[in-house]
Design a protein around this ligand. Structure first.
Ligand SMILES: [Zn+2]
Length: 91
């Protein structure tokens, strides 16, 4: 159940009689924010952020990657790999 609505883009409580319940729900959201483990941060990353932190999906040393002749870094190949449909990666 939703306790808030927007008035001119400002969030307000719909029914002040439900303030106690609304605060309980807000507290739960705040608990979630505070208890973020590193895995949660990784799972919330954008494709671009993820490409920066994962290792090359082709097992490259970062210098002689399969697309280095195209001038692509392993961040580029990682981003392409992230956006590609799931297929087996060659060893
Ligand atoms: Zn690479």
């Amino acid at each position: 159940m939703r306790y808030t609505e927007y008035h001119n883009e400002i969030a307000v409580i719909k029914d002040k009689a439900l303030l106690k319940e609304a605060m309980k729900k807000l507290a739960k959201y705040e608990d979630c924010e505070e208890s973020k483990i590193n895995g949660d941060i990784v799972r919330n990353m954008s494709d671009e952020e993820l490409a920066m932190v994962i290792m090359c999906p082709y097992g490259s040393d970062g210098i002689t990657c399969k697309d280095s002749e195209r001038g692509l870094s392993c961040i580029d190949c990682s981003l392409e790999w992230i956006k590609a449909e799931n297929v087996e990666v060659e060893e």
